[in-house]
Design a protein around this ligand. Structure first.
Ligand code: UDP
Ligand code: MG
Length: 321
């Protein structure tokens, strides 16, 4: 049966925090009486997360569990949760209580004001190293500069989404998922809610720098054309600059034997010129690869927000209600 609110929590080795998490969620969500569900997604944990989660499900029918057969990664775990969620409103939250569940009712209030997406935006981070912090800060600024969509800076995966948004995301089956970007891509009315990011309640981060870097790469490769344009830009620069210098060298030679340019300079400039031409060719290939990527990731071409005076189109494109 559909409920009003679904809360999705991905779990990877979260045994030390799980009990506390479900307690805090249950007490915050009690204002919605029975009209909510908590969906735990076990992402192939190697500790006792799974039996503990099953135990919690036995005690409270509103706590549900999906257990993936192995570790598929945070973004895919969230996707599995969204596929199963029935809520009119869906919230995704990390298990470690870095995102305070107490903010959820505030997010729901924003939704009531008419927003379809509410991004939790962290205005402070506690308990994260300065290097990690700086890398994340720079990454978001870079992504924002180089992408055409309006990606929310400094938002994690603590966010509220309306059913319409979830239905759109469910149609996007790309394998390398960067949900923050995908949610921004979908559009609709989006807003931000600031909160202070706490320390991890227990356990340690499941995002070692390697995984974080992969997520960042997914973000940039899926939502920015910058890497494709780079060879073209460098190639054009090399070609133009070397062609100009070659011209200067020839003119200098014509001007008189005293100003003659040594032959090796010609050789060098020719090599740079050819390198530039090759880079341009790679850049052109890149443009095609970019198009092939866009065609194969099977995103819908556009998303309808509302429509007026049309027969209600089956499912996700109809007006409110
Ligand atoms: N997580 C997951 N699969 C993974 C890695 C992480 O489901 O492969 C979950 C993890 O249990 C947590 C959330 O994703 O609920 C965010 O992970 P974490 O808190 O370790 O990331 P950080 O806050 O350090 O960036
Ligand atoms: Mg965390």
């Amino acid at each position: 049966m559909p409920v009003f609110l679904s809360v999705i929590v991905p779990l990877y080795n979260e045994e030390p925090v799980l009990r506390e998490l479900v307690e805090r969620l249950t007490s915050v969500l009690s204002v919605y009486r029975d009209d909510y569900e908590v969906i735990l997604v076990n992402d192939g944990s190697r500790d006792r997360t799974l039996p503990l989660a099953k135990d919690l499900c036995l005690r409270d029918r509103k706590v549900k569990l999906i257990s993936l057969s192995r570790n598929f990664g945070h973004q895919i775990a969230l996707t599995a949760g969204m596929d199963m969620a029935s809520g009119r409103v869906v919230v995704t939250i990390d298990a470690d209580l870095q995102d305070p569940p107490e903010i959820i009712p505030e997010m729901v209030n924003r939704w009531k004001e008419g927003y379809q997406v509410v991004h939790g935006v962290r205005n402070k981070r506690k308990g994260e190293g300065i290097f990690r912090h700086a890398a994340i800060f720079l990454f978001y600024r870079f992504l924002r500069k180089t992408t055409t969509i309006d990606i929310t800076v400094d938002s994690g995966d603590f966010r509220l989404m309306d059913r319409k948004v979830v239905e759109e995301l469910k149609t996007m089956r790309e394998r390398n998922r960067y949900l923050r970007g995908m949610v921004s891509w979908v559009g609709f009315r989006q807003t931000e809610l600031e909160y202070v990011r706490e320390r991890r309640f227990a356990g340690e981060t499941k995002y070692p720098f390697r995984k974080l870097a992969r997520l960042a790469a997914d973000g940039i490769l899926s939502f920015s054309r910058f890497p494709l344009k780079l060879p073209m830009a460098i190639g054009c620069f090399c070609t133009l600059a070397s062609a100009l210098l070659l011209l200067c060298a020839v003119l200098a030679n014509l001007a008189g034997p005293g100003k003659a340019v040594p032959v090796w300079v010609y050789g060098l400039l020719l090599v740079v010129f050819l390198g530039g031409v090759q880079l341009i060719a790679i850049g052109m290939l890149g443009q095609y690869v970019g198009r092939i990527y866009e065609q194969t990731n099977e995103r819908p071409m556009y998303v309808i927000g509302e429509q007026v005076n049309f027969e209600p189109a089956g499912g996700n494109a109809g007006p409110d209600g």
